[in-house]
Design a protein around this ligand. Sequence first.
Ligand code: ZN
Length: 499
Amino acid sequence: MPKSNLTRRDLFGLTAAGAFCSVLGLPHAAAAEAIWGRNKKPKNIIFCVSDGMSAAVPTMVDQYLELTTGRGSYWASLMNEDYVVNGLQSTKSLTGPVTDSSAASSAWGSGVHVWNGAVNWLPGGIELRTLLDIMKTEAKMRTGLVTTATVTHATPAGFAVAHESRDDEAGIAEKYLKLCPDVLMGGGDKFFSSTLRKDKVDLYGKFVGQGYTVVKNLSEMRAADLSKPLLGIFSGGHMPYTVDHNHDPKLKASTPTLAQMTSTAISQLKGGSGFVLQVEGARIDHGGHTNDFAAQLFDQLAFEDAVRVAVEFALEDQETLVVVTSDHGNGNPGLAGAGDEYFESAGGLKLAQNMTCSFVPILVSIKLKATHDNVIEVVKDRYQIELSRDEAQFVADGLTKTSPTSKIRVLNQDFSNLAMALSNHTHVNYMTYTHTSDHVLVSALGPGCEFFNGLTSNISYFSHFLSSRDLSVTNMTMDFETAKSHYVKSNMVAGDHWH
Ligand SMILES: [Zn+2]
């Protein structure tokens, strides 16, 4: 438990209540409710999303840390605290059991299941009211979105705006300008810069005109005047994978981590009449799509560092609800049993210690020279793993040959052959390259956390958050057949949206 920032009064209150509940033998939800106060409402809400996080991702992070440092992960330790409630979330969308990120975030953002690819929007041009809009307008709360994707990407957008398609990120950036959240941080220069936007509109200038401070690197972020609204854009597209960031001194010097952005956001938002902040570790999802184990593992570690920042603030503040969860599974990786009595599995997982980059720079190097000799050399240099000649040839073939299997497999052929060859060594295997329908983990702490006990539906969170300000908004809903007839007619089927 991170008690270092707690006051003596807080510490006494938490431990005394926890001890009381333990004596009574209360389950976690009841214990947590007793600690935070029955029917108490949070002043602030911090919603932390590890995008595309199948259950094996935090599992492997916990086991990797235990094997390499002797201590498990932060989230695993959090789950055992009396003041934390744990549960599962069902993640379906209007399209079906498998959601994309915009429909998943829209479920939280408007309490409605929408079609995959839509952002708080239903056919017929029906725009749904969003959590950030309502909390800002009706409850005068401050609002923030922090992500390692483009800040206009599906998950942050789903909390904030209504838009027909997640793909129109330039349009979503304009809707942010109308909403004026107090904090916007992530990547996506191409959706704000007049030289990169197709319409040549200088959105940075328009944000400055609305009173924003615009920052574009770590030192500017640290020096920012936090009495003003803050727009931080730190890369052209998505921000780099953590494993690439960790091993590139230039990136480390110029680009903030998710934890650093989260800390800055909380500093900007706190002190008023309450805030709602979404924090997204976005690239766990991207590593899932490409079956990139190192990308997922180290981005999940960075996400949990950001969660620690949020939780330490909440323990000190005592009035903040923190929810830690995902929007859907992706890839469904897992550490498989290997060797006699499975004793080789641990060694496979520990190989992550030597992985110094994501698949991206490896594939760039291999594409320049797709021979088995070069593949062996590059993988040995970046991962200290010696591929066999057959494995290396298989990887090279992934760059030059197409697969007769599904569309998604062809899209990911270069990544997938590398992933499969490496899995012979790491014993980490993936089931697919797409999202999955699995329920996802939820942990929560702070006033109102008892709500997240057991199995909860993604659309139920919206009204729970609004109830913290005694607000109630019922958005319009649509049945599957009505929505389907629209999307089939307009040739926009779910298969176009697999992120
Ligand atoms: Zn995805």
